[in-house]
Design a protein around this ligand. Structure first.
Ligand code: GDP
Ligand code: MG
Length: 198
């Protein structure tokens, strides 16, 4: 089993991507469970989830890397026992640090389970956000296995290059995927990365 975290600032497109990845993996015959820590602009639609055979749990009365860390561990254990998923996808809040969530996840894992973290960056707002909160956003990138530069449908090729340079300034080697979670472009690369880690 793999536990995949979808990190990234508020509004970066985590839930939109979560639904796309979950649906694609579900259609490919994978058992997918979803844990959402924050109800943002886009909600996890129960009908979409169930029609694709997915399970979802909302933990919204606090932060899974602080007050709800115990609830997260219990939920992970319970889902594993009852549903035996191939993959559990976690959407933390936009202010969570992936490294911290990973640590909490690791302490509740059994056997050969692995973690995989995708850090989403909103290409449209990246320059402004990194100017304002660069240190924090760098730490989100640092804790990830892959950076997904999202909303490329909204920006020019030049702007895409600028966001890529920002990420390269934080890590010279982290894999980068350019995607549009809303339109679906590039999402297949991430599905493949997840399939490869399963
Ligand atoms: N144009 C565009 N909008 C997107 C894309 N992905 C997400 N959005 C929009 O960005 C907003 C925030 O998305 P959401 O998934 O709720 O972000 P979250 O807060 O990180 O979970 C919503 O209005 C989405 O429709 C994308 O690839 N392109
Ligand atoms: Mg969300």
């Amino acid at each position: 089993m793999i536990i995949c975290q979808l990190a990234g600032f508020l509004g970066s497109g985590k839930t939109t991507l979560l639904i796309r990845l979950g649906t694609a993996l579900g259609r490919a015959g994978r058992k997918v469970a979803i844990i959402v820590n924050e109800v943002g602009e886009v909600g996890v639609d129960g009908a979409v989830i169930e029609s694709n055979g997915l399970r979802s749990v909302e933990l919204t009365e606090g932060c899974i890397c602080c007050s709800l860390s115990g609830s997260l561990q219990n939920t992970l254990r319970q889902i594993t026992k009852e549903f035996a998923p191939d993959i559990i996808m976690i959407e933390p809040t936009g202010l969570a640090l992936p490294g911290k969530v990973k640590q909490i996840v690791r302490t509740s894992m059994i056997g050969e389970d692995r973690t995989f973290t995708i850090c989403l960056i909103d290409a449209y707002r990246a320059t402004k956000l990194f100017a304002e909160a660069g240190a924090f956003l760098s730490r989100q990138v640092d804790g990830a296995d892959v950076v997904a530069i999202n909303k490329v449908d909204l920006v020019s090729a030049d702007a895409k290059g600028q966001v890529e340079s920002i990420v390269r300034g934080i890590s010279s080697s982290i894999p980068i995927a350019f995607i549009s979670a809303r339109e679906g472009g590039g999402v297949d690369q991430l599905v493949k990365m997840l399939e490869d880690t399963l």
